[in-house]
Design a protein around this ligand. Structure first.
Ligand SMILES: [Zn+2]
Length: 371
């Protein structure tokens, strides 16, 4: 099932080398995943394009590794420009991965996951999302968040007078939000969710890039949304990679085994249209609102040339920063950043409590960009 095409840049080729810090535990998890893939306990499936349905012969191979050093083929559809993992793991394999390994593999921080800090973070993010959607929504509406973690964002929405429901696959998170904040959270995937009540706003924050069964999920969202309802989505924006705003401008860091689809504005628009939505409001970086359109109003624009241009420019810009990349790679893969983050926790707590953390973060970002 291996793709015989050449990768887009030599650096994108699989070589088993991680680009992020892996402590012993994460190294072990990576090994387990590799074994499960090799022994076919985790099944890889060849899929057609999520938007136009094209088959593998119409897919251009871009890269064959991901940030942890796992083998993973990412392709761009020549027919519509969508970038996605192909072959990708089966739904069952992903379910096992998310239950057992996801949290540990992706927690680059020291120490245990702190559910209180997670809640606080999401509550703060709730304020940002709220100010984004506020001009477009009415008072006292029904809000559903897919992938709500322990409900921080929904807490803020409920304080603003809205009726909230949250879905998440993390059992601990759901219990936390129910127990301490009395939120209406359900331990379920949207794919298995059924309700007679339609929602006025559905929120998906960094969820759409993880979808394995796009059709089921998007159809479920369509079904659960009022005809005049809105869908809020945020996701990594390929267009902002080049300027170093996300993932240190590194294509390979955006590639991660949990990410199955990658978007720029046009490919997001294509996907939305395919499943019955149109863009209503968009901000680069990617935050957007979409609304339902009439069935049959489907007009995909081929975005392939643009996507290839963006990826090439991103990589050329990245490779130009040779010295910075070397310094960053050492700081990152040796775990030095993780240590600094760990040591700065007490200071961080004080900054959060006096509301200064965002200013501090801004300064740190500036310094980080210089090196
Ligand atoms: Zn396509």
């Amino acid at each position: 099932m291996e793709n015989s095409q050449k990768v887009f840049f030599e650096r994108f080729k699989y070589n088993n080398t991680p680009l992020v810090y892996l402590n012993q535990k994460r190294k072990k998890i990576k090994k387990i995943i590799e074994i499960k893939l090799n022994t076919k306990e985790y099944r890889n499936e060849l899929i057609n394009c999520h938007v136009c349905g094209s088959q593998i012969q119409d897919h251009q191979l871009i890269s064959s590794k991901e940030r942890h050093g796992l083998a993973m083929d990412t392709v761009a559809c020549k027919n519509c420009g969508l970038v996605f993992t192909n072959p990708r793991m089966s739904k069952e394999s992903f379910a096992d991965f998310y239950t057992k390994y996801y949290r540990e593999l992706y927690n680059y921080k020291f120490g245990k996951n702190d559910l209180k800090a997670l809640f606080k973070n999401n509550y703060e993010n709730g304020k940002k999302v709220y100010s984004f959607v506020h001009p477009f929504i009415k008072e006292n509406i029904k809000v559903l968040e897919i992938g709500c973690a322990n409900g921080g964002l929904l807490k803020f929405f409920s304080e603003m007078g809205h009726e909230v429901t949250g879905l998440d696959l993390g059992e601990q998170e759901i219990e936390f939000g129910k127990k301490y904040y009395n939120l209406n959270l359900i331990h379920k995937s949207i794919d298995d969710y059924y309700s007679q009540e339609k929602q006025d706003l559905i929120i998906m924050i960094h969820v759409i890039e993880h979808l394995t069964d796009c059709r089921t999920t998007m159809n479920k969202i369509f079904e659960n949304l009022n005809d005049s309802g809105l869908l809020y989505i945020s996701a990594p924006d390929i267009d902002t990679l080049k300027n170093g705003e996300i993932y240190k401008g590194d294509w390979l860091k955006l590639m991660q085994n949990a990410h199955t689809i990658h978007f720029d504005k046009q490919s997001m628009q294509n996907l939305l249209q395919k499943y019955g939505f149109e863009l209503h409001h968009f901000e680069p970086g990617m935050s957007l609102l979409a609304r339902k359109i009439k069935v049959g109003n489907f007009n995909v624009q081929n975005n392939f040339e643009n996507i290839i241009k963006t990826i090439s420019e991103t990589e050329i810009t990245y490779q130009d920063r040779r010295i910075q990349n070397k310094i960053r790679t050492i700081l990152e893969t040796k775990g030095i950043f993780a240590v600094i983050e760990f040591l700065s926790r007490p200071l961080n707590k004080i900054l959060i409590s006096i509301g200064m953390q965002k200013y501090f973060k801004r300064v740190l970002k500036r310094i980080y960009r210089l090196i």
